[in-house]
Design a protein around this ligand. Sequence first.
Ligand code: 13P
Ligand code: SF4
Length: 301
Amino acid sequence: MKEKKTLIREIEKLKEEHNAIILAHVYQEPDIQDITDFIGDSLGLSKKAVDTNADTIVFCGVLFMAETAYILNPEKTVLIPDRIAGCSLADMATVKQVREKKREHPNAAVVSYVNSTAEIKAESDICCTSANAVKIVNSLEEEEILFLPDKNLGSYVAEQTDKKIILWNGYCYVHENIKPETVKDLKVKHPAAEVIAHPECNPEIRALSDMIGSTSKMATYVSVSKSKEFIVATDDNFVYHVQKNNPSKLFYPVGTTCTDMRKITLKCLYNALKHQQYKITIPEDICLKAKKALDAMMKIS
Ligand code: 13P
Ligand code: SF4
């Protein structure tokens, strides 16, 4: 196995050879966070994928994120370093189930969280991320919204809007499994700390939180807040990111991790660039329909 320093040097060299850009989600391992060209949340990464002049996008994240980059740039090469880095939330809605629900609610607009498959995006009127979900829902003419596939983000949106939100029974295990006792114990140990939570957390955790927001909103919040300590209710690797940018502040992770995000390593990133693997491809008809839903979101974001 190549030494870490050698791997990093070779990744940099290969990146130049292929005019490639490395994009990484904030839940990636520290080694990946340190080498990436751009780190962000789902919305920030989608925007960067549209803006870049690179010929190749290497996406250090999970499949739906790399698919989103491809849908927005089908002329580019989009690589995911580990092809089985998926998202169990995205897999919680099938086209058949969604079509049935659409028949039950013919007047509802279909809003899909980007944490969904390309096929589900293709069934949707518009996409959203956790950063813009409320804005997207409020921008629609329809009063009834079928919100896919995360029930927790959906119920969070329902709390912020007058629209009728029809929830889907999907969830992210990384956030759903955070126990209220864990947050309460951390609050006892660190009484001065503010609790920040991702909207994929369930309502019990959200009720214990001082601030709820997407990963980018949480990152901005901790930088501008007067508080010096934070209990962080999202993937623990987020703490590495905010700690780096706020060295004088203290962060207490709740102990939850996305196993798929951790599948991307320096070694597989190196292999991705060296062997141009694994290329994202999506059938053209699905890609075009999904792009409409993503473009509609990008216009409003
Ligand atoms: P963000 O939209 O905050 O990046 O979250 C994506 C995600 O997968 C959270 O679990
Ligand atoms: Fe999917 Fe949850 Fe992992 Fe995000 S944290 S990629 S929603 S399983």
